[in-house]
Design a protein around this ligand. Sequence first.
Ligand SMILES: [Zn+2]
Ligand SMILES: [Zn+2]
Length: 135
Amino acid sequence: MLTGGCFCGAIRYEISKPVLDTTICHCVDCRRAAGAPMVAWMTVARDALRFVSGEPARYESNPAVLRQFCANCGTHLTWESDDLPDTIDVSIGSLDAPEQVAPKDHTWTSQQLAWLHVNDELPKYPAAEATGAPD
Ligand SMILES: [Zn+2]
Ligand SMILES: [Zn+2]
């Protein structure tokens, strides 16, 4: 069972099923939503994620995409798309133990910041990976 929550502690969640996918997303929408140069995500089944404390605020970052975050402290928690109705992405940085879930690739590197130099050996994709990644 993976557990996590927001910075202030108002929102807590549990994930009851295995992680299906992971990525570090460099897209401009994730960047602006998180206020960070890139965001690490893990994909899980929607019915695996349960909020056990607090209710996240919601923001439609485009007509098909919903992002949830803590209205009190601003921690970016989830990303979901109408195009991927069975899964939801959860920010790895909001996990209690983020070391447990290592991203396996980089996506949307076509939008990566020029001053950010990533030297790891992970695959890098200019847009979303075929299996569906945050955009
Ligand atoms: Zn919070
Ligand atoms: Zn993104």
